[in-house]
Write a protein that binds this ligand. Structure first.
Ligand code: HEM
Ligand SMILES: *[C@@H]1O[C@H](CO)[C@@H](O)[C@H](O)[C@H]1NC(C)=O
Ligand SMILES: *[C@@H]1O[C@H](CO)[C@@H](O)[C@H](O)[C@H]1NC(C)=O
Ligand SMILES: *[C@@H]1O[C@H](CO)[C@@H](O)[C@H](O)[C@H]1NC(C)=O
Ligand SMILES: *[C@@H]1O[C@H](CO)[C@@H](O)[C@H](O)[C@H]1NC(C)=O
Length: 331
């Protein structure tokens, strides 16, 4: 062998040795079916999550809405790293959950149960961030009667920190105007079209009175349909307790579909942020396009959810795989 070839061979050997660490460190890509080749798991990881989600949604469809919101709130704050799931503890008294933006979260018990089953089948292997991404997809699939169905690239790791202030900074408040919404979504790499597309998730689930009471008290806002507003005044009187909530879509509250966009155009939506999509001709036209084409909206929703699911993920040996989803392994 020539000297040149020798050196080349040495370089190749060195590079080969380095490659795993290069890939293990920052930025390894997520991949669909990440757990199918994991020899730790003898159960089908995604099917396990799917059956837990199905079981909880059968008892209460609202939980499905909660799971989709949880995934959004996880991903928009420090990436999809399960940080929204962390409970307050002596070492971390003010996690994301404590932010007003995270008021009314639900579906946490679904993640906990899926995690319990997976820890017993293959301990230390499936991240909480992945379980949440799978569960949100399964919920969207069930609540859309199969219209929204997509593969979830996985291999996320769980984050080590969670702070309420991060949530308050990144998550949009219900009173936001279009400029503010556009800015917050752009900060995560999303276009106005994607903002409009994802807002369609407000065709399911509920909202507590406090998040829209300024639009109905003392008088119904002129940005809201008067009759719809009068109905809300009855459901949410000024002295309504903190626990009172109403359906977001009063027609089909448990179906994930493009009905939301009809409601937006009719002024029959709860939040200023919903109405705000009509405050500009460009976004108003996008809303109108979604009214006209359910299949196209569903396709855009899938793309946007997959994009959201890849935000700021930890992979390889970053972060950890938690044993309990509500606490980091160090407590
Ligand atoms: C565009 C800005 C957004 C704002 C200002 C906003 C705000 C809110 C608020 C205030 C609630 C009520 C929570 C409660 O009172 O329990 C809510 C519920 C919900 N949001 Fe959003 N949201 C936005 C975007 C999104 C996105 C992008 C998604 C998902 C793709 C989403 C999914 C949901 C779902 C499914 C619910 C119902 C949750 C349940 O029933 O438990 N939202 N949102
Ligand atoms: C985490 O969840 C478990 C099970 O529900 C609970 O017993 C525990 O107290 C929680 N941890 C914290 C820090 O809240
Ligand atoms: C297999 O499980 C062990 C814990 O039992 C964990 O430390 C290890 O990282 C897992 N391996 C993979 C490839 O997930
Ligand atoms: C609310 O409406 C009433 C009568 O319709 C009117 O007298 C009052 O000024 C309104 N209040 C506000 C804050 O606009
Ligand atoms: C928005 O559309 C309305 C009619 O729907 C039109 O009168 C107005 O000029 C448009 N505004 C802009 C900035 O294009």
């Amino acid at each position: 062998m020539s000297r040149g070839a020798d050196v080349m061979l040495l370089l190749l050997v060195a590079l080969h040795a380095l490659l795993p660490t290069i890939f293990m460190d920052a930025g390894a890509a997520l991949q669909e079916g990440f757990y199918t080749s994991n020899t730790n798991c003898t159960v089908d990881v995604e099917a396990t999550v799917g059956s837990v989600v199905q079981q909880f949604i059968s008892a209460d469809r609202g939980v499905g809405a909660g799971l989709i919101r949880l995934h959004f709130h996880d991903c928009f704050v420090k990436g999809c790293d399960g940080s929204v799931l962390i409970d307050a503890s002596p070492v971390n008294p003010d996690p994301e959950k404590g932010s007003p933006s995270n008021g009314g979260l639900r579906g946490l018990e679904v993640i906990q149960e899926a995690k319990r089953q997976l820890e017993s089948a293959c301990p230390g292997t499936v991240s909480c961030a992945d379980i949440l991404a799978f569960a949100a997809r399964d919920a969207a699939n069930i609540l859309s009667s199969g219209a929204i169905n997509y593969g979830v690239p996985s291999g996320r790791r769980d984050g080590l920190t969670s702070a309420a202030s991060d949530a308050s900074q990144s998550l949009p408040p219900p009173f936001a105007q279009l400029d503010h919404l556009t800015e917050l979504f752009a900060a995560k790499g999303f276009t106005q079209e994607e903002l409009v597309t994802l807002s369609g998730a407000h065709s399911i689930g509920r909202a507590h009175c406090a998040s829209f009471s300024q639009r109905i008290h003392p008088n119904v806002s002129d940005t809201m349909d008067a009759e719809y507003g009068a109905g809300l005044q009855q459901q949410c009187p000024p002295d309504a307790g903190e626990a009172v909530a109403v359906d977001q879509d009063q027609g089909t509250p448990a179906d994930l579909d493009n009905q939301y966009y009809r409601n937006v155009l009719a002024g029959k939506v709860l939040f200023n942020s919903d109405w705000a999509l009509t405050s500009d001709n460009t976004t108003r036209q996008m809303v109108a396009d979604n009214v006209g084409n359910q299949a196209q909206w569903a396709a855009k929703f899938i793309d946007a959810m997959r994009k959201m699911g890849a935000l700021g993920v930890l992979t390889g040996d970053q972060g950890e795989v938690r044993s309990l989803c509500n606490v980091t392994n160090s407590g």
